[in-house]
Design a protein around this ligand. Structure first.
Ligand code: DC
Length: 245
C-alpha cells in the first residue's frame, strides 16, 4: 500500500510495545514509506547504558548517572539507508545490542535522571513532526498528544523466538529458553518500574503482530495514518491470533 508523502501535515506517530514485538523493523519501514525520520528511543537508552558500562558508573549511583548524561552527546546518522546511533560521534550501533547491555539498559532506563535527560532530547528531536518514534512511553509520556499512537504486541514465546534467531545469526551462544526468560524478565522490569512503565496509552491502537507478516502490520498502520491525514477517526483495536511474524 502506498501512503501520501510530503505536502500535508507532518504527523508525530508513536509506536510503543514490549521488546521483540517487531517495533524496530516496522518503525524503520513505516518511516521510509512516509518520508519521515525514525527515532529509536530504545537505542538512546541503550547508548546511555553503554556509556555507563564503559565509565564504570553503577546504575544505582544517580548523581554519577546525572553527570554521565550531561557529558553524553547522543545523535543519529544515516549512511547508505542505514540508521546509526552515535555516542559522542562514535558509531555504537552494534555495541549497544549485546545481551549484557540489553539487561543493563532495562535497569538504567528505570532511573528517573536518565528518563528526564532522554525525555528532553526526544521531545527536541520529534516536536517538529514528520517523525515515527518507537519506545515504551512515547504515547503516554513523551508525546501524549501524538497524532497517531500504536501499541505493537506479540506473545512472549514469539518475541523470544525472534530474538533468539537474531542473536544466533550474530553468532551469540544462547539457548531459546534463555532468550524467552530474558524477554519475560525485561517485560517485568519495564512494566513494574516506577517511572514511565510500559503500558498501552488508552487512545493507542493495539496490533498483535504474532499472526501477521511485516507487510500486514504496515498495511494496517498505513490505513490508520491515511485516515488520520484525511481527518477521519483512527479506530480502536486491531488484534490477531498467535502465529508467526
Ligand atoms: O526497544 P529496546 O529493546 O531497544 O529498548 C531497550 C530498553 O530500553 C528496554 O529495556 C526498555 C527501555 N526503553 C524504555 O524504557 N523507554 C523507551 N522509550 C524505550 C526503551
Amino acid at each position: 500500500m502506498s501512503v501520501s508523502r510530503g505536502g500535508g501535515k507532518r504527523l508525530i506517530i508513536a509506536i510503543d510495545g514490549p521488546s521483540g514485538a517487531g517495533k524496530s523493523t516496522i518503525t524503520k519501514l513505516l518511516a521510509d514509506r512516509l518520508g519521515y525520520i525514525h527515532i529509536d528511543t530504545g537505542a538512546m537508552f541503550r547508548t546511555v547504558a553503554l556509556a555507563a558500562r564503559r565509565a564504570g558508573v553503577s546504575p544505582d549511583d544517580q548523581p554519577a548517572l546525572a553527570r554521565l548524561c550531561n557529558e553524553c552527546t547522543i545523535s543519529f546518522a544515516r549512511t547508505n539507508g542505514c540508521c546509526q546511533v552515535l555516542l559522542n560521534g562514535e558509531d555504537v550501533s552494534s555495541a549497544i545490542r549485546t545481551p549484557e547491555i540489553s539487561l543493563l539498559t532495562s535497569t538504567i532506563s528505570a532511573r528517573k535522571v536518565v528518563r528526564d535527560f532522554l525525555l528532553e532530547l526526544q521531545r527536541q528531536m520529534g516536536s517538529a513532526g514528520g517523525v515515527v518514534l518507537e519506545g515504551r512511553d512515547i504515547g503516554t509520556v513523551v508525546f501524549p498528544d501524538a497524532d497517531v499512537k500504536f501499541f505493537l504486541s506479540a506473545s512472549a514465546e514469539e518475541r523470544g523466538r525472534r530474538r533468539y534467531l537474531e542473536l544466533r545469526a550474530r553468532g551469540e551462544k544462547i539457548s531459546l529458553d534463555e532468550t524467552i526468560a530474558a524477554v519475560v524478565q525485561r517485560d517485568r522490569q519495564d512494566e513494574e518500574r516506577e517511572h514511565a512503565p510500559l503500558r498501552r496509552a488508552v487512545d493507542a491502537i493495539e496490533i498483535d503482530s504474532s499472526g501477521l507478516s511485516i507487510e500486514e502490520v504496515l498495511e494496517r498502520m498505513t490505513a490508520v495514518i491515511e485516515a488520520r491525514l484525511k481527518g477521519q477517526g483512527a479506530g480502536t483495536s486491531v488484534r490477531q491470533p498467535v502465529g508467526s511474524f
